[in-house]
Ligand binder design. Structure first.
Ligand code: NAD
Length: 375
């Protein structure tokens, strides 16, 4: 039974789906691990490291593979060549990939999307959204510290005292809390805000001040935030303006599942920041929390620079790959019984993560988009 590790050819994707140290976890449950030679960027892991860990280096790694693992979805030409009935595991934004979903459905492929693993406690070891958000949150904080031409910590010297940097973090989920914790460790004074009621205590537990606005909290299903009304959004922006104007740096991480990122900060608000201020928008790829942010670019607004995030976990490919690979190995292991890949479709983790199986589209929003609601 072969598991193949796919070659990632997308620009900007430096992560790998399997790190050598985890190869043995898969061989131990009965897989032959096949890696394409040169599949993995030499800077990260060499072919020799995979071979030494027990993997097979094979130009035709996908031939006879029962499952192919990758970080990004496989290119369509690769999908077209997969053995009928085989499975893939990767991140898989399906609403943006309807043509791909149709090919997969019609070829009877089983597709698992790591972002759909339910956020329940039993699934935490497979929660790649959390592991990659942790990396992104850390990276956001160190990019902020690097771009800000100031000390983060308080410096008291015989020549005088330099006060610590003031950082505001909007959105205190996994990435936001990690950004807060990292900024605190570097010595900045941090204030955080989130629409969820539970977040205030979590912000304080990281050593930051929770910004309390006179607005109702917005708790949605599954512990996530709900979308704001335009009226509330405008009021939130108004109430946050003085906090942002007083900050040296702003990090935004707000998201609402299945929606465009909420606009939290307007150009007018950024223009009120001090010259030299730094704004990091971790939501830039999904619509942006900050007006004018461009994913993968730095934009100057007034005296501030706005850094728009683009595949931030790939900027720390070593730890991001190790955590992602561990999530993936845990999911594959859950689906493996007595040396066979045999997912239990009664298990909510498996059904939750599954996009296509047995000629059907199981991911409901995608099925509705493709087939309408007449089923
Ligand atoms: P996310 O990436 O969907 O959103 C990031 C944050 O943005 C959230 O905290 C959200 O409340 C916040 N936000 C949304 N709209 C906002 C607005 N208008 N203004 C300010 N903030 C706004 O969230 P996430 O990081 O994936 O996690 C969200 C929740 O899920 C958290 O409660 C987290 O603890 C929980 N979680 C649970 C598990 C688990 O049990 N396995 C795993 C991971 C996360």
């Amino acid at each position: 039974m072969r598991i193949a590790v796919a070659r990632e050819t997308l620009a900007g994707e430096a992560r790998v789906a399997l790190v050598p140290e985890l190869v043995r976890k898969l061989t131990a449950v009965g897989y032959e691990v096949a890696v394409q030679p040169g599949a993995v960027r030499p800077a990260l892991f060499s072919d020799e490291a995979y071979a030494a860990a027990g993997a097979v280096l094979d130009e035709n790694a996908f031939d006879q593979a029962v499952v192919v693992v990758s970080v990004q979805p496989l290119p369509e030409e690769v999908v077209a060549g997969l053995t009928a009935g085989s499975s893939t595991v990767s991140f898989f934004p399906p609403t943006a990939r309807t043509a791909d979903v149709v090919i997969r459905r019609d070829r009877g492929l089983t597709t698992f999307g790591m972002e759909f693993v339910p956020r329940i406690s039993r699934a935490q070891p497979m929660d790649a959204l959390s592991s990659q958000s942790l990396v992104a949150g850390y990276r956001a904080a160190v990019v902020t510290a690097g771009r800000l031409r100031q000390f983060f910590p308080l410096n008291m010297t015989s020549a005088g005292t330099i006060p610590p940097a003031q950082v505001v973090v909007l959105g205190a989920g996994v990435a936001g809390l990690q950004a807060i914790a990292t900024c605190r460790r570097l010595g900045a004074i941090v204030k955080g805000y989130d629409v969820r009621a539970a977040a205030a205590e979590e912000i304080r537990s990281m050593g930051a001040t929770a910004i309390e606005l006179e607005l109702p909290t917005l708790e949605g299903a599954g512990g996530y935030a709900r979308e704001m009304s335009e009226e509330r959004a405008a009021r939130q922006r108004e109430l946050l303006t003085p906090y942002i104007a007083a900050a040296d740096a702003l990090i935004t991480t707000a998201a609402v599942p299945g929606r465009q990122a909420p606009l939290l900060v307007t150009t007018e608000m950024v223009e009120q920041m001090k010259p030299g201020s730094v704004v990091i928008d971790l939501a830039a790829e999904t619509g942006g929390n900050v007006e004018g942010a461009v994913a993968g670019a730095v934009v100057q607004v007034g005296g501030a620079q706005i850094w728009g995030a683009s595949n931030v976990p790939s900027q720390m490919p070593g730890p991001a790959s190790k955590l992602y690979a561990q999530n993936l190995v845990n999911l594959v292991t859950l689906m493996t019984h007595e040396g066979e890949l045999s997912p239990d479709f009664e298990d909510e983790i498996i059904t939750g993560a599954c996009v296509t199986h047995g000629g059907q589209v199981l991911h409901e929003p995608t099925r509705l988009a493709l087939e309408g609601d007449d089923q």
